[in-house]
Design a binder for this molecule. Structure first.
Ligand SMILES: [Zn+2]
Ligand SMILES: [Zn+2]
Length: 387
């Protein structure tokens, strides 16, 4: 994967698409980006952020005047087999760029390339290529890196393509943009026995059969009226495939989702209490593990206003998303917790397959629009002249 620095952005996007890498394993993607970013002459290129993350830093001659603005793209692909016939389809079995992160990276490279023609007149620009978005670990890890903290970013923005909306339509909203979510693994431990004498063991089967609907109906018992509050059971397993054995263990996995941090912590508490109560009822031991934690992504009013003005500047229409907030999660919320920022939707076409669909392919026509929107944001914040 070695596109020359002069190859077009579309060619870069297709190279990235053809060689997708999973969360935490984006070494090749990072190496490719490094090669295209270095000729853009950032003053610094930080690497190894939260794994394979990169940050290209550009500064005006007097960087002390003006804001430090971060723009973010994601490096990772998904553990889903791509189904498509185009020449740049994934060459890696079972892994696909089906969320458009290949396009998001390409747009940021476009912003880096634009610095040759339009160097910063004030402030500092940080282009963050963040790893492991899909597992919720990347942005959090970046925020914990002292080199990131030292940059003391004033504003941060990330564009995510949104299928189902007109191509190039900008979608923003003040406040909560995407829900918070967390994965829960419940492990129930009893005792195995011969299937002919189940009474000599302790099967977690009944507790499991109560827990699956119990977890799903938890939101109905919390006072959340019309707020987003949802439990989805994603996996359950009882014992092993062994017809001579009465099972001794069970595992239930579910995802908890809410549109506020308090809603999410109420749901966590309720799920914990339910799991413990059902395990106790049958004398089972119960172990809980929390995974893939995504905070609520909350947009700052100021960053939304900047985005709206930037969109007008570059002739893109702005609308509010139909879903309020989006039920899916984004780990960009770790960044907006600390910094004034906005996660911005950019319509990728009404007929575009949904995110994570096996036939999803980021439309290349979106790249120049995303680059323009980012340039508009930088102009609004005084870093570059108006595009
Ligand atoms: Zn995704
Ligand atoms: Zn995504």
């Amino acid at each position: 994967m070695k596109p020359s620095p002069n190859s077009s952005l579309d060619a870069l996007r297709r190279e990235l698409h053809a060689l997708p890498e999973l969360s935490g394993a984006e070494a090749g993607t990072a190496a490719c980006l490094r090669e295209v970013l270095l000729p853009c002459e950032p003053v610094r290129l930080l690497d190894g952020l939260a794994g394979h993350g990169l940050a290209a830093v550009f500064e005006a001659a007097d960087e002390t005047a003006g804001l430090t603005v971060a723009l973010r793209a994601e490096l990772d692909a998904l553990p889903i087999q791509e189904i498509s016939n185009h020449p740049h389809a994934s060459r890696r079995e079972g892994v696909g760029h089906l969320c458009g992160h290949d396009g998001h990276m390409t747009a940021l490279v476009g912003v880096a390339m634009a610095r040759r023609e339009r160097p910063l007149k004030r402030g500092r620009l940080v282009l963050l290529f963040q790893p492991a978005e899909e597992t919720g670990l990347g942005a959090r890890g970046v925020c914990e890196d002292p080199r990131w903290v030292d940059l003391s970013v004033d504003h941060c923005y990330a564009i995510h393509n949104l299928p189902g909306y007109p191509l190039g339509q900008v979608l923003v909203r003040n406040g909560v943009f995407t829900a918070g979510s967390v994965g829960l693994i419940i492990r129930l431990q009893g005792r195995t026995a011969h299937a002919a004498y189940p009474e000599q063991g302790l099967s977690p089967g009944l507790a499991m059969s109560r827990l699956v609907p119990g977890l799903v109906s938890l939101p109905a018992h919390l006072e959340v009226e019309e707020r987003l509050c949802l439990v989805t059971v994603v996996h359950a397993r009882l014992g092993d495939v062994a017809f001579g054995t009465s099972p001794g263990q069970a595992e239930i996995m579910c995802t908890l989702r809410a549109d506020s941090e308090t809603g999410l912590s109420d749901l966590r508490r309720a799920a914990t209490e339910l799991a413990r109560a059902e395990a106790d009822r049958d004398g089972l031991t119960c172990e809980l593990e929390w995974v893939e934690e995504f905070p609520v992504t909350e947009n700052d009013d100021l960053a939304v206003a900047v985005t709206e003005r930037a969109a007008q500047r570059v002739n893109l229409t702005v609308d509010e998303p139909r879903e309020s907030p989006f039920r899916w999660s984004e780990d960009f919320g770790w960044l907006t917790r600390e910094t004034c920022g906005a996660l911005v939707g950019l319509g990728s076409g009404v007929d575009q397959p949904v995110l994570h669909a096996p036939d999803f392919d980021y439309p290349d026509v979106l790249t120049p629009l995303a680059v323009n929107l980012y340039e508009g944001i930088l102009a609004e914040l005084g870093l570059v002249p108006p595009p």
